[in-house]
Design a protein. Structure first.
Lengths: 323, 440
């Protein structure tokens, strides 16, 4: 039923789109044709109004209008399992700025409809040794280029895309949890029971089909979830939720091919940023080649105590206050 | 020297007594409880277990590893002893084959109990990816089931023919079944040649498949980065551990079968003495691999490994660790060094302790490692930091063990646990006369 709805809607959208494009092209074609019939390659006298790139309206003869092949917006028709072509998404986390405000986690939980105690993004209190100062470390899926989880998945439920994202098809996942055992970063979470998003979050799930693009809506009992780098935002040209939610500008998101990352406020050269601030990747020695870079927690003593008030050791998800 | 007919009536399977029926009833009840618990787990999801995001595998997996390990008894005892032509194996091999078949079937069932989406079990075939160690398991387990079934069945052919004749008048229906299963065995020279050849081929396959099975089982763990699993020695470690678990189970089951079926004349103290030596050898080899796994890393352990070792040697799991090492391995070896330790009753006791130790050993291999990830365990409920199986997990696990025992019991009920034909042959009796009477 739901599937049918979805399909018909998809078809409708698809057809509408094609019809629209065809209409426009057809219109142009017709006017060109008529121009051709009347007087070949000479001003027809028929004019049309067009807007130039700087916003002024100009009137041109229809014979001067050329058919242009439109570049499809990639969000329309890229393969969910292959990813957005010619992109390589990366994240940079500046540990020097993190004050454990946890806004990233709250936003992530909210936008991925996480109901359990298994937040996808966690902020760890880290300390290398007793003699060094502690710091905060936001931890999410590292979207490794050599993902251990993908290697061990027996059914191709978790997969690596060309644009760098490691996603989960929760319609495929058999719940063996081998990927969780394989992940050295422990970023994968499991839906041990029914996520019950309809009830807890009062969500309307009719017609919502699970897709790796939007893991978390709905989550499915007995399948694995994890941070997905928000492909639903990325394909619209928006930043992931954690990036925009952070009040301290800790998270930078961007494209490695473009060599740019942004935290919403400033846009920086990725290579220069990593070089200048000595960026590194988590457990680099394992050879998993993560897509998440960390900038070292310099000045760590300064703000640590502030964030400590936010430090909730046993609670990863804010529960609706009812009790 | 016994007469052939006496041997047949001694070794032919017989009905259960009262204790036997109570035993079966008890096992059936346990299995039913397990089925109910499992149904509840499927309905509610695995939140009924105590597994959580960090302890993401629990006793379902360690129990699976135990079953796989115990199933090695067939390969170890049967194939090796057959191939090396050790004559003392004769009264033991069939029971070893029965244990193997029961355990490998239960291993296959147990691994699916751990799957949170059993409704998608077909995906393992439809969408199989060869690079995943689970797919290797999916290939080797059914293969091993088939080989162990054949390994049990082929040597049974002459015995089925004998049993067909034996029950001809007393139980015609049973006799007909045995007749069908005997595949027209007449004991002709031609048949014997083919028979012997196929058993040799099967033995080799059985040994190879057994080693592959244990290896793949170890690779399920050693192909991850986890501390305690990421070891290149894990496969031989698992094989030697399987040798221990299997031999221990064999000793225990044989003692019970010998007592209940009154086979003291066929399974003698001599056999227990031999088995005792085999078990001691198995335990010593396993101890050696334990030293490799735990003592050598002690010198070069990185921080994480160090914490892992500490939790085992002196920390949270120390009690269990030393129990499985000292009680489950060292003491059995010491006792088995003495001739008195290799008498049937002490052997039964030692075998049982070894099996229990082996079961907990798997728990010690799985759980502590999962609770010591590279990243700190933070931002999760306190209860997620530790693991002990829930009631559901215990009931389901006990049911799988009961089911394995039930399979063994039923096979012991209907199959001659000691090969009749071979026993007779070894007693150098002329069985030709008896065979001539078998109608074809």
């Amino acid at each position: 039923m739901d599937e049918n709805n979805k399909k018909t809607r998809r078809k409708f959208l698809d057809r509408g789109l094609k019809l629209g494009v065809a209409g426009v092209l057809g219109g142009i074609g017709l006017s060109k044709l008529s121009a051709k019939f009347s007087e070949e390659k000479s001003p027809t006298g028929e004019t049309m109004e067009l807007m130039t790139t700087d916003g002024t309206i100009v009137e041109v003869d229809t014979s001067e209008v050329m058919e242009v092949e439109h570049h499809h917006h990639y969000s329309m028709d890229y393969n969910v399992r292959e990813g957005i072509p010619n992109r390589k998404f990366v994240m940079v986390v500046d540990l020097a700025k993190c004050k454990n405000a946890l806004k990233c986690q709250q936003s992530c939980n909210k936008n991925h409809y996480i109901t359990g105690e298994n937040a996808w993004l966690k902020v760890y209190k880290m300390q290398e040794s007793a003699d060094t100062a502690p710091y905060w470390l936001p931890m999410m899926c590292q979207h490794c280029d050599k993902p251990a989880c993908v290697t061990v998945c027996p059914v191709d439920a978790t997969f690596k895309r060309e644009d760098g994202l490691v996603l989960i098809d929760n319609e495929r996942c058999i719940g063996c949890r081998f990927c969780m055992a394989a992940c050295p970063y422990s970023t994968r979470v499991f839906n041990w029971g029914d996520p019950g998003q309809e009830v807890t979050l009062n969500m309307d799930m009719t017609g919502v089909e699970p897709t790796p693009e939007y893991a978390g809506r709905p989550s499915l009992k007995g399948t694995v979830d994890k941070c997905d780098f928000c492909p639903h935002m990325v394909k619209e040209g928006e930043l992931p939720h954690c990036v925009t939610a952070c009040p301290n500008g800790v998270f930078y998101f961007g494209d490695k091919y473009e060599d740019t990352v942004t935290n919403g406020e400033e846009t920086l050269r990725l290579s220069k940023l990593l070089e200048d601030k000595a960026g590194y990747r988590m457990l680099e020695g394992l050879g998993t080649e993560p897509s998440v870079y960390y900038l070292p927690p310099v000045d760590r003593l300064v703000d640590f105590e502030d964030g400590l008030s936010e430090f909730k050791e046993f609670e990863s998800v804010e529960k609706p206050t009812e009790e | 020297m016994k007469k052939f007919d006496d041997i047949v009536s001694d070794l032919a399977p017989g009905k259960f007594g009262k204790t036997g029926m109570i035993w079966i009833g008890f096992l059936v009840v346990l299995v039913i409880l397990g089925v109910i618990a499992y149904a509840d787990q499927v309905i509610q999801g695995q939140k009924v277990t105590n597994m959580r995001d960090y302890a993401l595998w629990g006793i379902y997996i360690s129990n699976f590893v135990f079953f796989v390990a115990t199933s090695f008894v067939g390969s170890a005892a049967v194939a090796i002893l057959r191939l090396t032509n050790n004559s003392w194996r004769t009264p033991l091999v069939r029971i070893a084959e029965i244990i193997t078949l029961a355990c490998i079937i239960m291993a296959g069932i147990t691994i699916t109990l751990d799957m949170a989406r059993p409704d998608r079990v077909m995906y393992l075939f439809i969408h199989a990816r060869l690079q995943s160690p689970i797919t290797w398991d999916i290939i080797i387990i059914p293969t091993f089931i088939v080989i162990s079934l054949l390994m049990l069945y082929f040597p049974l052919l002459p015995d089925f023919a004998i049993l067909k004749k034996h029950f001809e008048t007393s139980k015609p229906r049973l006799s007909r079944w045995y007749g069908r299963l005997s595949l027209k065995w007449k004991g002709s020279e031609e048949q014997k040649v083919i028979h012997a050849k196929s058993i040799t081929v099967l033995s080799i396959l059985f040994l190879l498949a057994g080693i592959m099975l244990q290896t793949i089982d170890a690779w399920l763990f050693s192909t991850t980065y986890r501390i305690g699993w990421d070891s290149s020695a894990l496969a031989p470690y698992f094989i030697s551990g399987a040798f221990v678990a299997g031999t221990g189970a064999l000793v225990t089951v044989i003692y019970i079968v010998r007592r209940t079926r009154k086979l003291e004349e066929y399974i003698t103290e001599y056999h227990f003495d031999k088995m005792g030596k085999l078990l001691a050898l198995a335990c010593i080899i396993y101890l050696y691999f334990n030293i490799i796994e735990y003592v050598v890393p002690f010198f070069t352990a990185k921080k994480g490994e160090d914490a892992h070792l500490e939790s085992l040697l002196t920390g949270h799991y120390a009690g269990l660790f030393w129990f499985v090492t000292i009680v489950g391995l060292v003491i059995p070896v010491l006792l088995l060094f003495f001739k008195k330790g290799r008498k049937p009753f002490p052997m039964f006791f030692i075998g049982m302790v070894v099996v229990i130790g082996s079961w907990w050993k798997r728990y010690i291999i799985i759980t502590p490692t999962l609770l010591e990830p590279f990243m700190p365990i933070q931002g999760v409920p306190e209860s997620w930091r530790s693991y002990f199986p829930s009631a559901h997990e215990w009931i389901i696990t006990i049911a799988t063990l009961a089911m394995a025992l039930l399979i063994i019991t039923l096979l012991v009920r209907y199959l001659p646990v000691v090969p009749i034909q071979r026993t007779a042959d070894e007693q150098e009796m002329n069985t030709e006369a008896s065979f001539k009477k078998i109608p074809s």
